[in-house]
Design a protein around this ligand. Structure first.
Ligand SMILES: *Cc1c(COP(=O)(O)O)cnc(C)c1O
Length: 415
């Protein structure tokens, strides 16, 4: 009898136990405090990456440690079959401080955006327009990695190999009101965009554009859905970035900064839209559990405290000033500063990866973004001194980059 042999493993098929979906830096952090992270061998880094704009109140904030450890010792999870006072409290605070009347909690940005699209379509259906299912998205968008959000994102690089894109998402140029006007049809449910495009390079929607979008959506009964996963929860110096334009959206998704490092997402909306989400229309097992909401409430304790968001604006103004002179002094390295509040982009002249690496070698952590942009997203609790330190480290990084560049030029044989 022929026995099937297991295929022999080729040496080149060795795979790490942790799936290799990320290009990780060769750094492992053991602990953090405020705006600082420390490796097990004692090296300290100033953290202007903040877990990709997520550690909104810094590392090991005493309020967070207290809230999460106390809640964990009581009860972490009960399911949405029961009342969750921590979630009610978090929802009430978000509603009281925003355009919204009601909040739904989930676990991530992509999940919040999925729910936001469901709500837009469902509300249109309940208003007598089941044909209104199309979502107008923006070129350069990033909405997450689920199958539908890949289609909302629209970046062919992210879609490759994952089958037919999900139907119902179309794309228009960002910051172009005429393009949206031209794209609206009787089948349009919503316009969905980031008030500040994060992943594609810190591109800010102009306040005039957001106001024109609001007016256009009102005229056409199209819903305005904003992805504030990255720019929300105090990142720009207001609780939500759209507040700077003085508009009220219909639906907002948020996530990153809301849990200060604990996974939680939220969808905020108006009473009319929330009413269309009757029992059974949407759900999640983990979403809004007592532990996640304790973390969310700890974040709000800090960022809704009187004067805190003003302090974010003060820090942002200082960084803007310091970074503008850095850009002016180093036009060979930095082409432009952009962003709003503490969501800052520096468009680089050399490859952004090299600039990020040089900063990291000096002890400053930053994130790269599209369009060759270095993204600076410190904890919202960052101090004035830490802002000055970060720019000083960037100055050192610039001089190293120049030295390396000159060495290369010297070493390279002239043709
Ligand atoms: C990070 C991000 C997402 C995705 O969030 P996940 O928690 O990774 O699913 C969606 N939209 C924006 C604007 C983001 O920055």
């Amino acid at each position: 009898m022929q026995v099937q042999q297991p295929p022999t493993q080729r040496p080149d098929s060795m795979i790490s136990a942790l799936m290799p979906t990320y290009k990780r830096a060769d750094l492992a952090f053991e602990r953090g405090e405020g705006s600082w992270l420390q490796t097990s061998d004692g090296r300290r880094f100033l953290d202007f990456a903040a877990g990709i704009a997520t550690c909104s109140i810094g590392h090991a904030h005493p309020k967070m440690v207290e809230a999460v450890s106390t809640q964990a010792a009581k009860v972490m999870h009960v399911s949405n079959l029961f009342q969750i006072p921590q979630a009610e409290k978090l929802a009430r605070r978000l509603v009281e401080n925003s355009f919204a009347d009601s909040a739904f909690f989930c676990n991530s940005g992509a999940e919040a955006n999925e729910g936001m699209v469901k709500m837009a379509r469902r509300a249109q259906m309940m208003a007598g327009h089941p044909e209104r299912t199309d979502i107008i998205c923006m070129d350069g968008a990033f909405h997450g990695r689920t199958l539908a959000m890949l289609s909302a994102t629209g970046n062919p690089k992210y879609l490759e190999g994952f089958g037919e894109p999900v139907k119902g998402f179309l794309h228009v140029p960002f910051n172009d009101i005429e393009a949206v006007k031209a794209a609206i049809t009787p089948n349009t449910a919503a316009v969905m965009l980031e008030p500040i495009q994060g992943e594609s390079g810190i591109k800010v929607a102009s306040p005039e554009y957001l106001r024109a979008l609001r007016a256009l959506c009102d005229e056409t009964s199209v819903l305005l859905a904003l992805d504030e996963v990255q720019c929300g929860v105090g990142r720009t110096g207001r609780l939500f970035a759209h507040e700077w334009a003085g508009i009220k959206p219909d639906i907002v998704s948020t996530a990153k900064g809301l849990g200060g490092g604990f996974p939680i997402g939220a969808i905020l909306t108006t009473e009319t839209i929330a009413k269309s989400m009757t029992p059974g229309t949407h759900g999640t097992t983990f979403g809004g559990n007592p532990l996640a909401c304790a973390a969310g409430n700890a974040v709000l304790d800090v960022i809704l405290a009187p004067g805190f968001l003003d302090q974010v604006c003060t820090r942002a103004a200082l960084l803007d000033e310091l970074l503008d002179s850095l850009v002016a002094d180093a036009p060979d390295i930095f082409a432009q500063r952009r962003g709003l509040g503490l969501l800052i982009g520096l468009r680089c002249v050399p490859a952004v990866g090299d600039v990020q690496g040089a900063a990291q070698n000096e002890g400053l952590l930053c994130v790269t973004a599209g369009d060759n942009v270095l993204r600076l997203v410190p904890p919202l609790t960052v101090s004035e001194e830490e802002c000055r330190k970060a720019v000083a480290l960037l100055v050192q990084a610039v001089s190293t980059l120049r030295k390396n560049h000159n060495n290369k030029t010297v070493l390279e044989p002239t043709a």
